[in-house]
Design a protein. Structure first.
Length: 71
């Protein structure tokens, strides 16, 4: 039995919709990852400013602190 033209176009339309949803989903994930990196950087900068403010009250000018951390 040969499939009708309508059946072929339904398959093409469903495949197209699937591809569009897939592309939009991947695009959203990339945007979310970029947004998360920006938030993380902003948090690190805020923490650094707070630490510098506290250390400036405690330490004599000209002294410095070296922080070593393991990630």
């Amino acid at each position: 039995m040969v499939p009708s033209v309508q059946t072929k176009w339904k398959f093409v339309a469903r495949s197209g919709i699937f591809l569009i949803l897939l592309v939009l989903g991947v695009r959203f994930l990339l945007w979310a990852e970029t947004s998360w990196d920006g938030e993380k950087l902003a948090l690190e900068m805020t923490m650094q400013k707070r630490v510098e403010a506290v250390l400036s009250r405690i330490m004599v000018r000209g002294q410095f602190v070296v922080v070593v951390s393991r990630a």
